[in-house]
Ligand binder design. Structure first.
Ligand code: MAN
Length: 423
C-alpha cells in the first residue's frame, strides 16, 4: 500500500502543464547559471494522462484540479554532465516486444556492466497491449503467464490519471509490466540485442507486477543483480547471481517491502559486503537512503540511515541510490536520484568515507543533472532523469539513464570535477 502512496502526489497536473512548461522554460533560459529564488520555478510538466502520452490527449473525460507544489530551486544544476549528441540512444521502437500482442511503451533505467569485451545494458522494458479508445488494458503475471486486465475508460471507479498506476475500487495496478532485457555494444552508444540471451521475466507472486530498475554489481566471480520486485502485496528488493548471463541463481527477496533502489558495493569493506537501499517510512521519517552490511549478500543487518530528504530542495520528496558507489581517492562517490514534491527527478552526488561508508563526507547541494533536454522533460512520465547504471573509465564516469521514463540516454562526467564541487 505504501508503494502506491508515493504516486499520490502527481495526479491532476496536466491541466496546468502547458502554462507551467512555459514558466519553467522561461526561468531556465532567463536565469541559467544565476541564482533563482522565485517560487515554483520547478514543476511537474507531465503532459497528459495514460491515454494521451502517446497521442490521444483528448480522451480522458476528467478535468482534474492541478496540484503543483511550489519548490524553490536556488540554482540550476551544476552542468557537470555532458549529454551524448545521439541521445536518446535507445527508444521503445528499437526493441522487439517480448510477446505477440504487447507493445513496448517505455525503456527505462538500465543496469550496466562489461562482459566479453563489450558494454552491456540490462534494460527495464515496460509493456502493455496496444490501447484502444474505450478501454484501459494492462498485463499482470499469473502462474508464470501474462494475463490481461481490462477496464472501461468511462467506469466511474477507474482512476487512470497517473501514467504509471491504475486505481480501481481501492486496488492499485501498474499500467505496464516490466521485464529485463540484455543489449550489448562495442562503443557504448550503438546497442543491439544479441542472440542467445533470454529476457529475464518476473517469476512468482512477489513479481506479479514485474521486475524493475536492476543494478548490476560486478565482483570477482560474477554479477550481482539487485532489482525491484513489484507485487500487489508490496515492493521489495530481489537478488540474482549470474556468471554468464544465461544461467541465473534467483535468491529471493533481500530487503522486504517497502524497499527499492538497492546498490551493492563492488568490493568488501573490512570483510563485509555493503549495500545502499531505500526503505520508505511514510508516517515517521520518509523516503531516505540507508546503508546495510552483510556477510554473504543474502542476510543484511546493521542498517543505518545516511541521507534524508531536504526541504525546498530538488531532493525534497525522496531519494535513492544509483549504481554501485565508485571508489575514489576521496571516498566512495555515489550518484543518486532525488525527486521533489512535483516528482521531478534529478541526479546528485554523495561522498562516503572509504573505511566506514555509513559516514557521509559531502553531498551536492545543487543537482548535478536535472531534466532540461526535450526528451527529459516530456515523455511517458516527463521531467525524469533516473540512473542505476554507469561505467568508470579513468576519470570519466559514463552515466546511462532513463529519461522521462521512456527512452535511454547517456551522459559523461569527470569524477574529479564532481569531487571538487563536493568540497
Ligand atoms: C520511481 C521508480 C523509477 C522511475 C521513477 C520515475 O522512483 O519506479 O523506476 O523511473 O519513479 O517515475
Amino acid at each position: 500500500m505504501t508503494f502506491f502512496l508515493s504516486y499520490r502526489l502527481m495526479k491532476y497536473e496536466w491541466l496546468l502543464s502547458f502554462y507551467m512548461q512555459f514558466k519553467t522554460d522561461f526561468a531556465i533560459n532567463r536565469f541559467h547559471y544565476r541564482e533563482m529564488s522565485q517560487k515554483s520555478q520547478s514543476c511537474r510538466c507531465q503532459i497528459g494522462t495514460p491515454a494521451d502520452t502517446f497521442g490521444n490527449r483528448k480522451e480522458t473525460g476528467k478535468v482534474p484540479i492541478a496540484e503543483i507544489y511550489p519548490v524553490r530551486i536556488i540554482k540550476p544544476d551544476l552542468e557537470l554532465a555532458r549529454r551524448h549528441i545521439h541521445n536518446p540512444i535507445l527508444r521503445p521502437a528499437d526493441i522487439k516486444p517480448s510477446t505477440e500482442g504487447m507493445k513496448i511503451e517505455c525503456l527505462l533505467n538500465p543496469g550496466v556492466f562489461r562482459f566479453e569485451n563489450k558494454i552491456w545494458l540490462l534494460l527495464r522494458v515496460a509493456e502493455r497491449p496496444e490501447q484502444t479508445a474505450n478501454e484501459v488494458s494492462f498485463p499482470v503475471m499469473t502462474d508464470e503467464r501474462i494475463e490481461i486486465m481490462r477496464f472501461k475508460k468511462d467506469d466511474p471507479d477507474l482512476d487512470a490519471t497517473d501514467p504509471r498506476v491504475i486505481k480501481y475500487k481501492g486496488n492499485h495496478y501498474l499500467t505496464t509490466l516490466s521485464h529485463l532485457r540484455l543489449v550489448c555494444s562495442n562503443d557504448g552508444i550503438h546497442f543491439t540485442e544479441p542472440d542467445g540471451y533470454a529476457p529475464i521475466f518476473g517469476k512468482g507472486e512477489q513479481e506479479a507486477f514485474g521486475i524493475e530498475d536492476c543494478r548490476v554489481a560486478t565482483m570477482a566471480g560474477g554479477y550481482h543483480l539487485s532489482y525491484t520486485k513489484v507485487a500487489p502485496e508490496g515492493v521489495g528488493v530481489g537478488y540474482i547471481f549470474t556468471r554468464d548471463w544465461k544461467n541465473f541463481n534467483r535468491r529471493g527477496m533481500i530487503f522486504s517491502p517497502h524497499n527499492k533502489d538497492c546498490a551493492i558495493f563492488e568490493e568488501k569493506i573490512h570483510d563485509k559486503y555493503y549495500a545502499l537501499h531505500r526503505p520508505s517510512s511514510p508516517e515517521l521519517g520518509g523516503n531516505y537512503m540507508w546503508i546495510a552490511q552483510s556477510p554473504d549478500l543474502l542476510h543484511w543487518g546493521n542498517h543505518m540511515c545516511i541521507a534524508t530528504t531536504r526541504e525546498n530542495s530538488w531532493d525534497s520528496a525522496r531519494l535513492g541510490a544509483g549504481a554501485a558507489p565508485v571508489r575514489t581517492p576521496e571516498g566512495w562517490l555515489e550518484i543518486y536520484h532525488g525527486a521533489d514534491l512535483n516528482n521531478r527527478y534529478c541526479l546528485g552526488a554523495l561522498l562516503l568515507d572509504i573505511d566506514n561508508p555509513s559516514k557521509v563526507l559531502a553531498r551536492s547541494e545543487q543537482a548535478i543533472m536535472e531534466p532540461t533536454a526535450a526528451y527529459e522533460k516530456t515523455g511517458f512520465f516527463g521531467n525524469v532523469i533516473f540512473t542505476n547504471g554507469q561505467l568508470v573509465n579513468g576519470d570519466t564516469l559514463t552515466i546511462y539513464y532513463g529519461a522521462s521514463d521512456e527512452v535511454i540516454c547517456m551522459a559523461e562526467c569527470s569524477i574529479t570535477e564532481i569531487l571538487s564541487h563536493l568540497k
